[in-house]
Design a protein around this ligand. Structure first.
Ligand SMILES: [Ca+2]
Length: 112
């Protein structure tokens, strides 16, 4: 299931909107920031391929045997081309992976 995240959004589509319902917009954004910190390289303060690999169990991706999915996620999310994800890029990626969230992004982000 987790391996199909980028292919058909199964996990994100169902999971994140439910979190928003439960936590509210502010709570969800806090969780998102917490998730970002869990996945970052402590020295750089950015998500790198290495830090993502190390912490991918957090995403339920511990079974990924090759790096392709993780590379793909970084490539998807990397907007400024430095090969890493900063907090803004990570949040944008999460919204892009979840069509339902995307629909509500304007409402959510309006609070911040
Ligand atoms: Ca970047």
């Amino acid at each position: 299931m987790a391996k199909k995240i980028l292919a058909d959004n199964v996990v994100f589509e169902d999971f994140f909107p439910a979190m928003v319902e439960k936590l509210g917009a502010d709570g969800f954004m806090k969780e998102l920031c917490k998730g970002f910190r869990l996945l970052t390289d402590c020295d750089k303060g950015l998500i790198t391929l290495e830090s993502l690999k190390k912490n991918s169990a957090v995403l339920g991706l511990e079974d990924v045997s090759d790096d392709e999915l993780l590379r793909c996620m970084i490539r998807e999310g990397d907007l400024d081309g430095d090969g890493c994800l900063n907090q803004m890029e990570f949040c944008v990626l999460v919204f892009r992976l979840s069509p339902h969230l995307m629909n509500r992004a304007r409402i959510l982000l309006h609070h911040h």
